[in-house]
Design a protein around this ligand. Structure first.
Ligand code: SF4
Length: 206
């Protein structure tokens, strides 16, 4: 796979500062909505931009919308989403404290990762994070981690550990969909959530 720029390295045309107002966010959403920068834009039913707070303390970053997300236009609404929601509840995060986004805004056919789409979509991911400014970023799965700290791959080496990104806490997890299919990953998911809970305690992250 060719080396992709991280969200810090994105300088490709299309990245611009988004005014930090509801109107600025809505403008960004409209831009993503009409995007056809890569082939995924022609195959999608809906773009999938975000759910949750616009002033989150924690942002969970998944990889790409699946079939159900593409159908309804919201991230993490299928089985993996229910697992993530349960996890977020167990972490004690209130709705105003978290947001959920993806590396891709459109569904890749057969859920296959595509480097061309990741490259085309990076400016949007960077703009979302510039706008949301979370104190903690939780990339879920290897493609999400790669967008921030490719040096920390593979995901199983870094999941459940505290890393840094732009002076903030970066706390990778395995992808919740992976935890649905393999008992060993389900145990890892649970163990790492407990670690994340400790990392999020008010004495650790204000
Ligand atoms: S995946 Fe990203 S870059 Fe590709 S069409 Fe969708 S919004 Fe645009």
């Amino acid at each position: 796979m060719p080396k992709l720029p991280t969200v810090d390295e994105v300088t490709v045309p299309g990245r611009r500062a988004v005014p930090r107002s509801r109107r600025g966010w809505q403008q960004l959403v409209r831009e993503i909505d009409s995007c056809r920068r890569c082939p995924l834009g022609y195959a999608r039913q809906h773009v999938v931009v975000h759910r949750g707070s616009l002033r989150p303390r924690v942002v969970f970053v998944g990889e790409a919308p699946g079939e159900e997300e593409d159908r309804v236009g919201r991230p993490f609404v299928g089985r993996a989403g229910r697992r993530l929601d349960t996890a977020i509840e167990s972490l004690g995060l209130r709705s105003r404290e978290f947001a959920i986004i993806n590396v891709f805004k459109c569904r890749p056919p057969e859920n296959r990762f595509r480097s061309d789409a990741a490259l085309a979509c990076r400016p949007f991911l960077a703009q979302q994070l510039d706008f949301l400014r979370p104190r903690v970023v939780v990339p879920m799965g290897s493609h999400a981690l790669e967008a921030f700290r490719p040096d920390a791959l593979p995901i199983l080496r870094s999941a459940g550990t505290r890393l840094q990104w732009r002076g903030r806490l970066l706390f990778p997890l395995v992808h919740p969909a992976a935890a649905l299919h393999a008992p060993a990953l389900a145990r890892r998911w649970e163990r790492d959530l407990r670690r994340l809970q400790r990392a999020l305690s008010p004495t650790e992250v204000k």
